[in-house]
Design a protein around this ligand. Structure first.
Ligand SMILES: *[C@@H]1O[C@H](CO)[C@@H](O)[C@H](O)[C@H]1NC(C)=O
Ligand SMILES: *[C@@H]1O[C@H](CO)[C@@H](O)[C@H](O)[C@H]1NC(C)=O
Ligand SMILES: *[C@@H]1O[C@H](CO)[C@@H](O)[C@H](O)[C@H]1NC(C)=O
Ligand SMILES: *[C@@H]1O[C@H](CO)[C@@H](O)[C@H](O)[C@H]1NC(C)=O
Ligand SMILES: *[C@@H]1O[C@H](CO)[C@@H](O)[C@H](O)[C@H]1NC(C)=O
Length: 485
């Protein structure tokens, strides 16, 4: 029997080293992967399999006191009441993302009563810990006094450096309560959102399926804490659960519907997550008869500074979608934009260009109105219509972004798409009718005005010879004739 060869121990040693090295690799790899894993602590075991999709939905609005808007008698929950309702429900956790933390105004003297709602909300957030409810906040503000106060009251706060990540800003504004109830809308954690500014949002109760998915976006933000790059490997726990191709089937106040959340910018879209722009595309694309859009700013342009020079480009996606819907599908479009201190002058050119599309076309209707409340010298946000939504004959999109190219390209935001199952007639009064009514109320109000010097409706220039869309090239020369007015 030959004894072990003299090289044997050395071989074993080499094997050991190889195995050790392999183990190290595995360990480093898993550390890399799991570094982006959320510790799944404070849910109570709700999973995609047993989550609830039997939801209650509520439209929440903030209408400034001095706005004379004709209410249509529909029940409508004030935004502040919606936030308090959500806090009433909270048993375990409240997760908040907001671009601004300014619930307490600094100069109390000029704004005594209007600031009350903001202060009240702030106090309630502070008192969450006494009820054993965790407050978690993802924010891009490095030096917010309010966040410091909340942190001193045991709120967990994570900083996202948007400058380093996308050179953009965090515009996302949403709440998740107990992974069951959610809020998405135009309002920020700004006292103005609860008093002086016109806001619109949605609150969904008992909707854990959607809340779980929105929480995955929250987890994504949570993992960006103090990073200056976006990891290329992400845990499965931020992968989207639902999207435009596989929306969540749910009940909203016992009406059948489907829904999903979307995000921007593109690099913030984890696996399977639908981009905001694609969500908007789907909603515009599926509209049959009308599209009503209410946004603060509309500007199909992307600007960025490259080596100190400002480069501005036309950003066509949404502009194109609207043109196609209006001209080729005969969908009636109304665009309600805010006219305020920060309205970009090019807005009027783009809007005029859109309107001119309908010249000499039958069944073509694109109307634009500017919403403007009397401006106050001390605060130009007073009376601002801060809404960011779209409603059509069968769907709804409520987002965080204005329809400005730069926003979608660089800034973080989320959107919620809700699509109704049945046709308008046989489903009774749904969230769509509520939002549509809110739009029509604003559209007909004294604050919504057409473009100046544009009393003539382009729709009136109808010429019997040009009453059809001829895609045929044979008639192309007709289009080149001088217009007859
Ligand atoms: C959902 O399922 C998980 C296991 O898959 C379980 O731990 C949890 O208790 C369930 N939750 C509810 C509310 O049924
Ligand atoms: C965010 O990132 C930028 C660019 O990388 C850096 O200059 C800045 O100091 C960072 N901000 C904070 C608060 O860390
Ligand atoms: C959620 O559902 C539970 C039980 O199904 C119900 O008791 C509760 O009132 C609901 N919450 C809201 C806010 O509708
Ligand atoms: C155009 O409008 C008329 C009347 O408003 C309507 O009967 C017709 O179906 C419309 N045609 C198209 C293509 O939408
Ligand atoms: C859904 O039901 C609640 C009451 O349960 C009501 O407050 C709310 O307005 C309803 N939403 C819609 C869209 O009808």
């Amino acid at each position: 029997m030959a004894g072990p060869a003299p090289q044997e121990p050395i071989k074993t040693q080499q094997k050991c080293i190889a195995i050790f090295a392999l183990l190290c690799c595995v360990a480093v790899l898993s550390a890399l992967i799991f570094s982006s894993v959320d510790i799944w602590g404070d849910d109570d075991g709700i999973t995609e399999e047993n989550c609830s999709s039997d939801c209650r939905i509520e439209l929440v609005e903030n209408i400034p006191e001095d706005h004379l808007l004709l209410m249509d008698g529909r029940p409508r929950l004030p935004l502040s009441a919606g936030f308090h309702m959500l806090l009433d429900q909270a048993k375990r956790s409240v997760e908040v993302v907001s671009p601004v933390w300014s619930l307490n105004p600094w100069d109390l003297e000029t704004t005594p009563s209007t600031a009350k709602q903001g202060q009240l909300l702030f106090q309630r957030l502070l008192s969450l810990k006494s009820r054993g409810v965790k407050l978690k906040i993802a924010s891009s503000l490095a030096n917010s006094a309010e966040l410091k106060t909340l942190a001193a009251h045991e709120a967990e706060i994570r900083f996202i450096n948007m400058t380093a990540l996308t050179r953009g800003e965090l515009h996302s504004s949403f709440w998740i309560v107990d992974r069951r109830h959610i809020y998405i809308g135009s309002a920020d954690m700004d006292w103005r959102s609860l008093s002086k500014r016109k806001e619109l949002g949605l609150v969904l109760y008992n909707c854990s399926c959607l809340a779980l998915d929105l929480h995955r976006i929250f987890s994504f933000y949570w993992q960006l804490h103090d990073r200056d790059y976006i990891p290329s490997i992400w845990s499965k726990r931020v992968t989207a659960l639902y999207g435009r191709h596989d929306a969540l089937e749910l009940h909203l106040n016992s009406t059948e519907a489907s829904a999903y959340v979307s995000t921007s910018p593109e690099i913030f879209c984890a696996k399977d997550r639908t981009r905001d722009v694609d969500a908007i595309y789907q909603v515009i694309q599926s509209a049959k008869s009308f599209i009503f859009i209410s946004v603060t700013d509309y500007l199909p342009v992307v600007s960025r500074t490259s080596r100190g020079i400002l480069v501005t480009r036309y950003w066509s996606p949404i502009d194109e979608m609207i043109r196609e819907a209006v001209v080729l599908r005969g969908v009636k479009v109304r665009l309600l934009i805010s006219f305020w201190k920060k309205t970009h002058p090019l807005t009027f050119n783009f809007v005029t260009s859109l309107k001119s599309l309908c010249m000499q076309l039958h069944n073509c209707s694109l109307e634009v109105r500017f919403f403007s409340h009397k401006e106050q010298k001390e605060d130009f946000q007073h009376g601002l219509n801060h809404n960011k939504y779209m409603v059509t004959d069968n769907a709804l999109y409520v987002g965080n972004h204005d329809w400005v190219g730069s926003d979608f390209a660089r800034n973080a935001g989320v959107g919620l798409v809700v699509k109704m199952k049945n046709s308008l007639t046989d489903r009774g009064v749904t969230i769509l009718e509520h939002v549509k009514a809110a739009f029509e109320r604003d559209w007909r109000s004294r604050y919504a005005k057409s473009l100046q010097g544009n009393k003539d409706q382009h729709g009136k220039y109808r010429n019997s010879q040009h009453n059809k869309i001829h895609m045929d090239t044979k008639v192309e020369n007709k289009w080149n004739e001088p217009l007859s007015f």
